[in-house]
Design a protein around this ligand. Structure first.
Ligand code: B12
Ligand code: SF4
Length: 592
């Protein structure tokens, strides 16, 4: 933690993974709780003064409580476990979540924090990563002596957060635990984590979290455990951008959103439950972007579900960044491919190399499957635009497919992959369908015999048209494609290896490598070069000679230390030679 971030109300509490503290949730026997016990009723107040604009001027919890900031009637007395009364202590709210990796920031928690009004000085954000041991997370949270702890719960952290909450409630049962986030917003009552918690606040809780905390601190305890956030107009929500710390700006991904919601209805996606997409007020949004930019932010990830919905707004935002272009500015947008009007195209051609990444959901080109999942997509236009983006812009194109959708077969998926490959995106990410709680696709479970993993990430295991074995083959294909295709490590060789039917070719390579290694992870890069060469020699001997030069080109670009000539590039010859050597040895033994 930097010296500066220590003084911010947001503490990015990253207990970095070391061998000692990674996932070894030992049993807790400690009664060593230092958690405070609130003994006084509170009433709300208004925080004086205007909120700070830049993160470096944020009020730290300590500063707020020791300064003239009026948090008067929230200040009460606490009894710790030893019965010692801490006079003048204040209730504390900790907002915590476990991010997928350090690089990711929790945008949702920053919204809750931004909207806490007079309670904000009592609150602190603590972000962790899922690799950290639950017991260490609990220790860190309880060190802040919280009265309330709110957890952001998502598909990537449900298992680990359940561990954390269960431990926390054993050690400090008096701490009120509030859960929120998409993973606990649906099928709520059935979840183990919910049993351990005090309250669950479903849906976007920007304002409702504040209200619930206020009620708890005023001893007006809700009579229900599961509470629903009421819809709030975006104009009533305070924006969270000032709560990105300097550390976030330099080392982490900054999520931003110019709009919320999606008007489309793709059934595998939680955003299909939104009625429409609503924009944030553009001038205010751009002012915030400008502040971030002036503070040094250069890495912006827009999470708008469909960034190019309202072209006028899209263009204003893109022009805003184009006017501020630097070598290190990086913008990520999710776009629908069948909606790129001429004016927007013209603007896109002006962005330099490395500045734009487009994430483009294709999911499937199969019209029947698209119908099954209520996805509207103009396939011809999408393909035309993908090719146009590759030919006329320097944007990095990441395109998504989903395998396991209702009605999809091995053959139809193959066809989608081949079509997409010929559109030349830099990356094709093959996601496996997941059963997201609340997503409408669940209605197809019986009709298409969709069998999902009961444990996170709830991935599909088989359907009426795809066996488990086939699903595993595709999983391996996707994994190897990430290592070989998406990594661009074989950008010279791969186009010479794959034919007009790239799916079949790459599936053959996948199976050859898997049969030989039994591994889909931890294949070192030097070995991968050897395996590619050997698989081409075994599967497509006529291509091998021509491809070796290209593999050498890729090898040079990878800047690995060993010489290319030292690689073991021949499978068949080596196997044949080895067999010959063995029989020669046998003959010699026999003769001697
Ligand atoms: C960033 C992101 C990620 C990041 C992780 C970020 C991190 N912090 O570590 C990465 C890229 C790793 C990721 C991965 C995946 N993600 Co994702 N991701 C998102 C994304 C784009 C943005 C999240 C966000 O900031 N939203 C904006 C804020 C304002 O909304 P929010 O986070 O939901 O927070 C609000 C409420 O949930 C609530 N809330 C949040 N926290 C708390 C806490 C309390 C106490 C309370 C009361 C309320 C509350 O109030 C907040 C303010 O309104 C969303 C889509 C979206 N636009 O939301 C998908 C989304 C969250 N992801 C989703 C999915 C499906 C996945 C994947 C499974 C996709 C895949 N590969 O197949 C993987 C996970 C893989 C795994 N290991 O399990 C789903 C949700 C699934 C779920 N039930 O959690 C979403 C909603 C996409 C969708 N539309 O379907 N993802
Ligand atoms: S997949 Fe994309 S377009 Fe479809 S509902 Fe989800 S966010 Fe909207």
């Amino acid at each position: 933690m930097t010296e500066q971030s220590k003084h911010l109300a947001i503490t990015i509490t990253q207990i970095h993974s070391t061998e000692d503290n990674i996932k070894n949730s030992s049993n807790v026997t400690s009664s060593d709780s230092n958690t405070a016990n609130c003994t006084k009723a509170f009433s709300p107040l208004t925080l004086q003064g205007t909120p700070p604009v830049l993160a470096p001027t944020l009020i730290s919890t300590e500063t707020a409580l020791n300064s003239n900031t009026d948090v008067g009637s929230y200040v009460g007395s606490y009894v710790d476990n030893d019965g010692v009364v801490e006079k003048g202590a204040s209730p504390k709210i900790v907002l915590a979540t476990l991010n997928a990796r350090y690089f990711h920031t929790s945008f949702g928690l920053r919204y809750l924090y931004a909207n806490l009004k007079e309670l904000q000085p009592l609150c602190e954000i603590q972000e962790f990563i899922i690799q950290t041991r639950a017991i260490d997370i609990v220790e860190q949270i309880l060190a802040s002596k919280p009265t309330i702890v709110g957890f952001g719960v998502y598909i990537w952290n449900i298992v680990e957060t359940t561990d954390v909450v269960s431990l926390l409630k054993v050690i400090a049962p008096e701490v009120k635990v509030i859960l929120g986030g998409p993973e606990v917003s649906y099928e709520t009552e059935d979840q183990l984590i919910v049993k351990y918690s005090d309250y669950v606040l479903t849906g976007p809780a920007d304002i409702s979290f504040y209200e619930l905390c206020k009620n708890i601190l005023n001893n007006k305890l809700p009579d229900k455990k599961v509470l629903k956030s009421q819809p709030v107009g975006l104009e009533n929500i305070a924006l969270p951008y000032e709560y990105y710390t300097d550390e976030d700006l330099t080392h982490r991904l900054l999520y931003v959103e110019a709009s919320r919601g999606c008007p489309f209805k793709c059934e595998f996606c939680l955003s299909s439950l939104d009625k429409t997409s609503t924009p944030f007020e553009l001038t205010t949004f751009l002012e915030q972007m400008d502040i971030l930019y002036k503070r040094g932010a250069r890495n912006f990830k827009f999470i708008d579900r469909t960034f190019n919905l309202n072209i006028k707004t899209t263009m204003q935002i893109m022009q805003f960044f184009l006017d501020r272009m630097t070598d290190d500015l990086y913008l990520h947008f999710e776009v629908v491919p069948d909606h790129l009007p001429r004016k927007l195209k013209e603007l896109l051609t002006q962005f330099p190399q490395g500045s734009l990444q487009f994430e483009i959901g294709i999911q499937t080109f199969n019209v029947e499957v698209q119908k099954n999942i209520s996805r509207k997509q103009n396939n011809a236009k999408s393909k035309e635009n993908l090719l146009w983006l590759r030919d006329h812009t320097l944007a990095h194109i990441h395109a998504d497919l989903i395998f396991g959708l209702p009605g999809e077969t091995f053959e139809t998926f193959k066809d989608s992959f081949n079509q997409l490959y010929h559109c030349r995106p830099h990356e094709i990410q093959m996601g496996i369908l997941k059963r997201l709680k609340g997503s409408p696709i669940i209605r197809h479970t019986e009709a298409f015999d969709l069998r999902f993993n009961p444990l996170p990430p709830f991935n599909i295991l088989s359907t009426d048209r795809v066996s488990f074995a086939t699903m595993q083959r595709i999983n391996r294909f996707a994994r190897y494609w990430d290592m070989i295709g998406n990594s661009e490590r074989f950008k010279y060789a791969l186009p010479h290896i794959l034919s007009d039917e790239p799916f079949d070719d790459f599936m053959a390579i996948t199976e050859w490598i898997f049969n030989k290694t039994g591994q889909i992870h931890k294949i070192n890069l030097k070995k991968l070069f050897e395996l590619i060469s050997q698989s081409v020699e075994a599967l497509y001997p006529e291509k091998h000679k021509g491809v070796i030069d290209k593999i050498e080109q890729d090898y040079k670009a990878a800047k690995l230390k060993s010489l290319f000539s030292s690689l073991n590039l021949y499978a068949v010859t080596h196997v044949e030679q080895a067999v010959k050597n063995k029989s020669l040895q046998r003959q010699q033994r026999h003769l001697s």
